[in-house]
Design a protein around this ligand. Structure first.
Ligand SMILES: Cc1cc2nc3c(=O)[nH]c(=O)nc-3n(C[C@H](O)[C@H](O)[C@H](O)COP(=O)(O)OP(=O)(O)OC[C@H]3O[C@@H](n4cnc5c(N)ncnc54)[C@H](O)[C@@H]3O)c2cc1C
Length: 583
């Protein structure tokens, strides 16, 4: 049984490293930094411990978790003008030890090498694909592939993945039965099945790995892989139910701010722990910027009206957010007699594993015209972009122009969280996901109360190119269903249905059925300060001497695949950076 701390064990004590947030990244750091018995580490996690919790361990437990505040922060966006009826969007984010790794859908994918090399091109030395693979392999322990299920074969190269890291990762031993027919349909469109998906070349279709224990068939997350095995280290303290409210600093902009302590709320009372070396914010892309702003580090024009003294004017905090947007459909009612599994409850785990990633050039006949249009807008001095964002966009444009780098994804969702049609029938949703939006959003506080939720404004579809790319992806998904054996398992399209045909109709459908898959990044971007950065390449907040951010918020451009593998790799790399600075 893990040894969790009580407040009285830690209040007023000095720790070398204070980690705010015991989520995916935070617990990797807790493990790596406390490997040295001479340094002391404390993790302050707002949520509960959830030790051996069957809902978390169940690979399909994420569905009930989404609707339960014990596991999830339950945040919402502001009304979005580019969606139908100015909709508000649910922003899901994990709460408790393990964070979002304990509530996610288990999908484990590595990005395209160009996604990561872009970080170095943007001015972050050492943040490249070679290092990514080194640290990703250090994190994961990938187990031998399962045999093909329903003709759906795991295709991967043994040397592209790690085999002895703390995090067990495996191929889900079942499949819905839709994945292989979709692969065949996509291959008719020139999107082939590949074996390089975990080696940095992701354009094509392949079976995703899963953060799934290969023997126990339970979820693996940062809590059970990184924390619980080492929680009895005497130099490591973990306090749950501890909401970090601010970093207490001394100094000023001239000397650089120094974090002296971290304040947290526990059981309705406020306490402090003292900092000897670094404070590391790992509260996720929504909450890490919130903690900085509550600490007086942020945009003066946001802080002062709230009565928060500006210790460091850093207006880039909470800007540059990006997310993976998707929609419902194309979705199909399936014919009887094909033995398709579309239920999520059952004796075996059904983890989503059918994925395709492809460049705009493969998806749209007018790709070049669309690229020229967004290029012209970015280069137009009259466009409303800061000089820094314009430079980031130039690197992002290179990714869009590259005919080997994916811009859009299709995923097989072999069950429906929302009703698709009459009960008792089998449905599958095969939606597009926009890989790398150009629209940039914000997340900021609008209250000095640390318990108040931050304001999330993702600016969904503010840039037209985003709608064009997702529409192209939608049409590829639909086109694949013209071919056998895919078309043979489909009874009818239920969303959006046969009446939605033209591009304008498809766009209207997407606007009214858009959602996020909860992969927000960018709110504390790792970039040179003049390009809009919040942290430098050592993940230190500009203008501070010892405050770092280590979580998904540091990604300056969103990676084109699902990001949990990337969080583990980022945190492993960060662990070595911090050790090199201090130990
Ligand atoms: C529902 C859902 C499904 C997803 N599915 C997938 C998937 O299948 N595949 C994939 O690759 N990615 C998926 N993701 C995304 C991925 O899991 C996350 O992006 C990633 O885990 C984020 O890691 P992180 O370390 O940045 O933050 P988190 O893991 O979210 O950690 C942040 C931690 O900080 C804590 N915290 C927040 N504020 C405070 C505070 N003030 N004081 C103390 N603690 C605080 C939180 O409670 C949490 O534990 C999904 C995400 C969600 C929400």
């Amino acid at each position: 049984m893990p040894l969790l701390s009580n407040p009285e064990d830690v209040i007023g004590r000095r720790f070398d490293f204070i980690i705010a947030g015991g989520g995916t990244a935070g617990l990797v750091l807790a493990n790596r930094l406390s490997e040295n018995p001479d340094v002391s580490v404390i993790v302050l996690e707002a949520g509960n411990a959830h030790v051996d919790d069957p809902i978390i361990l169940s690979p399909t437990g994420w569905v009930p978790q989404l609707f339960n505040s014990e596991y999830e922060w339950g945040l919402q966006s502001t009304p979005q003008p580019h969606s139908l009826d100015q909709r508000l969007f649910e922003f899901r984010s994990g709460k408790g030890l393990g964070g979002s790794s304990s509530i996610n859908c288990l999908v484990y994918l590595k990005p395209h090498r160009a996604d990561i090399d872009a970080f170095e091109k943007l001015g972050n030395p050492g943040w490249n694909w070679e290092n990514y693979q080194k640290y990703s392999k250090k994190a994961e322990s990938v187990h031998a592939p399962v045999p093909p299920v329903r003709q759906f074969r795991p295709t991967y190269n043994h040397d592209d993945v790690g085999h002895d890291g703390p995090l067990p990762v495996s191929f889900c031993p079942i499949a819905s039965g839709v994945e292989y027919p979709l692969q065949k349909g996509l291959s008719e469109l020139g999107i082939e099945t590949i074996s390089t998906g975990f080696g940095g070349e992701t354009a094509g279709t392949y079976k995703a790995l899963a953060s799934l224990h290969p023997v126990k068939m339970t979820r693996t997350d940062s809590a059970n892989a990184y924390l619980f095995p080492v929680i009895d280290r005497p130099n490591l303290q973990v306090l749950t139910g501890a909401l970090v409210t601010k970093v207490v600093t001394s100094g000023d902009e001239a000397t650089g701010l120094t974090a002296d302590a971290v304040e947290f709320e526990h059981g309705g009372k406020f306490y402090q722990v003292l900092c000897a070396k670094d404070v590391i914010l790992s509260a996720g892309a929504i909450k890490s910027p919130q903690i900085l702003e509550l600490s007086g580090i942020g945009d003066r024009s946001i802080l002062e009206p709230l009565g928060i003294e500006t210790k460091l004017d850093l207006p880039t905090i909470g800007t540059n957010t990006q997310d993976h947007f998707t929609c419902t459909g194309p979705a199909y009612e399936l014919r009887d007699g094909n033995d398709i599994i579309t239920e999520i409850e059952g004796p075996l785990p059904l983890v989503m594993s059918g994925y395709a990633f492809f460049p705009l050039h493969k998806a749209a006949a007018n790709a070049q015209e669309l690229i020229d249009k967004i290029s012209a807008k970015i280069n137009d001095e009259a466009s409303p972009y800061s000089a820094g964002l314009r430079e980031v966009y130039h690197v992002q444009l290179e990714l869009l122009k590259d005919e080997d780098v994916p811009d859009v994804e299709i995923m097989v969702v072999p069950f429906s969280v929302i009703p698709m049609g009459p009960a008792g029938r089998a449905y599958v949703n095969v939606p597009p996901v926009l890989s790398r939006p150009f629209s940039r959003g914000t997340v900021h506080i609008n209250s000095a109360d640390p318990l108040a939720p931050p304001v999330i404004d993702p600016h969904i579809f503010e840039e037209d190119i985003d709608m064009e790319i997702i529409t192209a992806g939608f049409k590829v998904s639909r086109a694949a269903a013209q071919f056998s054996p895919y078309k043979d398992i489909i009874a009818r399209e239920v969303k959006p249905g046969p009446d939605v045909v033209t591009d304008d109709q498809i766009k209207e459908h997407i606007k009214s059925h858009v959602g996020t898959v909860w992969h927000m990044v960018g709110s504390c971007s790792m970039l040179p300060r003049d390009k809009g950065g919040v942290v430098d390449a050592k993940l230190k907040v500009y203008g501070t001497n010892n405050i770092r951010v280590v979580d998904l918020s540091i990604l300056p451009i969103l990676v084109s695949t699902h990001p949990q593998a990337t969080v583990y790799a980022v945190a492993e790399q960060a662990g070595d950076i911090i050790k090199a600075d201090h130990m």
